[in-house]
Design a protein around this ligand. Structure first.
Ligand SMILES: Nc1nc2c(ncn2[C@@H]2O[C@H](COP(=O)(O)OP(=O)(O)OP(=O)(O)O)[C@@H](O)[C@H]2O)c(=O)[nH]1
Ligand SMILES: [Zn+2]
Length: 206
């Protein structure tokens, strides 16, 4: 397996267990429908296992993608620009690894260029790739910052994620509307409080 995929897929240094066949995955969905208390043979549910498996390919498609690869697209003709680049309000939907229900939020990602800049869409693509995996918000925050730091080597990276966890609102404690914030700072954002504060104020004072 590709080293980067392995590193960022939650199985550091290990091979993942073999992927089941589509038929096995559909059979598992059928079991869960029965567990929910319904009859998978009734008309409205007959195609549901196949639909759910196709939906899983989309919402968990991030395992098939290598975030380091998209960060290869850089531009160095930027007239000497070397200040912060901040992409705010990147919408994402992920799924918590504890309950497999949605985490819905926004990511704010900044870096300090060191000679070249990234294609802006690539930052949102990196967020999307990590979101489309089973996640904790903390791990996702760290993974986004770490891969930008290691693959692109800017002078600094800052990531702030704000999100709502459906496992806290639709079940369990059932608190609606609470949000969780997590952050990760590398390089100048870690070392220099003024830069960290500037990043935070650009996000919070909109
Ligand atoms: N730190 C962290 N915790 C999360 C995240 N998503 C969900 N959780 C929490 O994971 C915990 C799992 O706790 P458990 O006691 O094992 O599971 P549970 O009985 O379903 O817990 P309740 O949600 O309290 O009913 C819960 O407190 C969730 O709120 C996340 O991204 N980060
Ligand atoms: Zn959860």
């Amino acid at each position: 397996m590709d080293a980067t995929l392995s590193k960022f897929s939650g199985f550091p240094g290990q091979e993942k267990p073999a992927r089941p066949t589509r038929e096995e995955a559909e059979a598992a969905v059928e079991v869960l429908i029965r567990w929910a208390g319904d009859d998978p043979r009734r008309e409205g549910l007959i195609e549901t296992p196949a639909r759910v498996v196709r939906a899983y390919e989309e919402i968990y498609g991030g395992y098939q993608l290598d975030p380091a690869e998209v960060l290869n697209r850089t531009f160095s003709e930027v007239s000497g620009y070397d200040d912060m680049v901040l992409v705010r309000d990147i919408d994402f939907t992920s799924h918590c690894e504890h309950h497999m229900v949605p985490i819905i939020g926004k990511a704010h990602v900044a870096y300090m260029p060191d000679g070249s800049v990234l294609g802006l869409s690539k930052i949102a693509r990196v967020v999307d790739m990590f979101a489309r995996r089973l996640q904790t918000q903390e791990a996702m925050t760290e993974e986004i910052a770490a891969v930008i730091d290691s693959a692109f080597a800017p002078r600094g990276v800052a990531v702030l994620i704000e999100s709502e966890h459906m496992c806290m609102s639709m079940r369990g404690i059932r608190t609606k509307g609470s949000t969780t914030s997590t952050s990760a700072f590398y390089g100048v954002f870690k070392d220099d409080k003024a830069e960290r504060d500037r990043f935070l104020s650009m996000i919070l004072n909109r």
